[in-house]
Design a binder for this molecule. Structure first.
Ligand SMILES: *Cc1c(COP(=O)(O)O)cnc(C)c1O
Length: 363
């Protein structure tokens, strides 16, 4: 004895999800907010924390927070489910609507967690690559849906890491093509002001994912939510972990949600303005291709992207995300919109790196 038998065969060959988070002076790799929650919000959190009973289990469904989210979206409590970050809910989506003998349509290049969860849950994957401009090949997806065997489609709008939106017309066509569950991942929708939440009223097969990690500055707290028809949300109450959203996280998310029309709104507007400025500066830079984005990040293409990534990090302590080895994203890097100072540091570092690279002999 002393040895251990193999784990589930689905785990063999699976690489753990690696956010490639390294310490840096300028952190522009994870699409976080560069700003922590406002001091007034933190004071409210601290005051309410003083009254929280740590010895009691939290409200399993986070009903107080559910009601707040529902009110902010014009929905009811039964249309909302809160989870331990969007990532936990993404796993629940594959537990509830994927699994062995079931199939999901993935639209790469996109967030890698979907395919990862499919592998983990034994869900079949049908990849329908995006078109050259990264838009969804709606005709191809509709055609594949018409075969009738698809259980789940994951759409991401704005898409990560390409930043583009799905059109309302395109989304409607997918919703109407079959009864497959369409998960619309709106993790960055606050930066786009283009939510398709109104489609929930007519489409029982639409499920929307949101998070407090990006626009609401709470990546460290881990709260996300699903919006859907009662029928779908009820299914998720069966697969979710009963106490996955702890009492402290429920309290913090509730406080931050109260700021959505004030601090959060202003910060999102500021991020959008800085994104547009960064976009223009990158467009003007020689040797850089940049795509328009509706999110809080930009995708760029530069020659020898991996080398550029490394030089930005090692030479300038600027951390961006390297996608150059992902299918469909050769020589691409993703940069999060930071503070004005961080964006300036990134631009100046990139200019220097590209300048030195240009004079370096190729190969
Ligand atoms: C960040 C992100 C999420 C969720 O992140 P959490 O921090 O787990 O809430 C979901 N989808 C996409 C596309 C994301 O980029």
């Amino acid at each position: 004895m002393g040895s251990v038998r193999d784990s589930n065969e689905r785990l063999s060959g699976l690489e753990p999800y690696d956010p490639k988070y390294l310490p840096a002076e300028v952190m522009l790799s994870a699409n976080e907010s560069p700003f922590d929650i406002a001091p007034e919000t933190r004071e409210r959190v601290e005051a309410r924390l003083g009254e929280l009973a740590f010895n009691r289990y939290p409200d399993p469904l986070a009903n107080g927070l559910r009601d707040g989210i529902a009110a902010s979206c014009g929905l009811e409590r039964g249309n909302v489910l809160v989870g331990n970050g969007g990532d936990e809910l993404l796993f629940d989506v594959f537990l509830a609507y994927g699994g062995p003998g079931r199939t999901f349509i993935n639209l790469p290049p996109t967030f890698s967690v979907y395919a990862y969860n499919a592998h983990l849950t034994g869900t079949g994957i049908v990849d329908i690559p995006r078109l050259d401009d990264f838009s969804v090949d709606v005709d191809a997806v509709v055609a594949r849906l018409s075969e009738g065997d698809i259980d789940l489609v994951v759409l991401t709008s704005p898409n990560n890491p390409t930043g583009n939106l799905i059109s309302e017309v395109g989304c409607r066509r997918l919703l109407e093509a079959s009864d497959a569950l369409i998960l619309l991942d709106e993790a960055y929708i606050e930066f786009a002001d283009a939510s398709l939440v109104s489609l929930l009223a007519e489409h029982e097969n639409l499920l929307i994912l949101r998070t407090f990690s990006k626009a609401f500055s709470l990546a460290g707290v881990r709260v996300g939510y699903l919006l859907g028809s009662r029928k779908v949300i009820d299914e998720f109450t069966k697969v979710r972990q009963p106490y996955s959203v702890d009492a402290v996280s429920q309290l913090i998310a509730s406080c931050v949600l109260e700021d959505r029309d004030t601090v959060v709104h202003e910060r999102v507007a500021g991020t959008v303005a800085r994104r547009e400025e960064l976009f223009r500066r990158l467009q003007d830079m020689e040797g850089v291709e940049v795509w328009p984005s509706a999110a809080n990040f930009l995708l760029i293409r530069v020659a020898n992207a991996h080398g550029v990534w490394q030089e930005l990090y090692e030479g300038h302590s600027v951390l961006v995300r390297d996608f150059s080895s992902s299918a469909g994203l050769s020589d691409c890097l993703r940069v999060t919109v930071g503070t004005e100072e961080e964006n300036a540091a990134f631009l100046s570092a990139l200019e220097k790196v590209l300048g030195t690279q240009a004079v370096r002999p190729s190969g």
